[in-house]
Design a protein around this ligand. Structure first.
Ligand SMILES: Nc1ncnc2c1ncn2[C@@H]1O[C@H](COP(=O)(O)OP(=O)(O)OP(=O)(O)O)[C@@H](O)[C@H]1O
Ligand SMILES: [Mg+2]
Length: 192
């Protein structure tokens, strides 16, 4: 089964690279250094969790990692969790890719990015799908991004999912101003 890798990524993130990531604060600089060393020492096992406020570049850095590692021949997949869950539901009543095929690809790749954890609607079903994915990927590299802190995340995904997500996982905190709104904040848009 074939995925068009870039069809799954928002337009605004398609251009994201490590080179065009601006480290505008000490925290973001530190995040970039951690990402560089993650790529350098990629072992198909270590996980990362990006946490922080909106628009600070968590998804940007995650996409950048997949680009670098794909250049090195690794198979990577970037999926927003809410979109993935919608896609899984679509497989229930449509011809084409089955849920089993979709989960097989997710299980197989060297690196999976599960973007936007916590933006999905929390239901018993969503948590059990997340459980399947996390359990299938035990021992394989996964990157998570979320706006939640650890307590909120644990509440949202449940203890069993949280425990799996935190195993062999380095946490990268990225707070700061929203890059999407930077022009407005600097007043440039008002002056135009
Ligand atoms: N430090 C940065 N340097 C360059 N571009 C950035 C930076 N931070 C964010 N961007 C750009 O701003 C947009 C939003 O960033 P991104 O999607 O990575 O934020 P996020 O932290 O994932 O936010 P959210 O929590 O809302 O998902 C993207 O187009 C991204 O490329
Ligand atoms: Mg994001």
């Amino acid at each position: 089964m074939n995925f068009n890798y870039y069809s799954l990524i928002n337009d605004s993130l398609k251009q994201a690279t490590l080179d065009n990531f601006e480290a505008t604060s000490a925290e973001l600089y530190e995040a970039k250094q951690l990402v560089l060393s993650y790529i350098d020492s990629f072992d198909k096992k270590q996980n990362l969790l990006f946490t922080g406020s909106y628009g600070t570049g968590k998804s940007h850095l995650s996409v950048s990692i997949t680009k670098k590692l794909m250049e090195q021949g690794y198979e990577c997949l970037f999926l927003s969790l809410p979109k993935l869950l919608t896609k899984i539901k679509q497989t229930y009543n449509k011809e084409g890719i089955t849920e089993a095929e979709l989960l097989q690809v997710i299980q197989r790749v060297d690196l999976l990015v599960l973007d936007d954890i916590g933006a999905e609607q929390r239901t018993v079903w969503s948590n059990s799908k997340l459980f399947e994915i996390l359990d299938d990927r035990a021992g394989k590299a996964t990157i998570y991004t979320t706006n939640f802190n650890s307590k909120e995340l644990k509440n949202h995904v449940g203890e069993r999912n949280f425990s799996r997500m935190m195993e062999s996982t380095d946490v990268i905190v990225m707070n700061g101003s929203d890059y999407r709104r930077r022009e407005f904040i600097s007043g440039e848009k008002l002056r135009q």
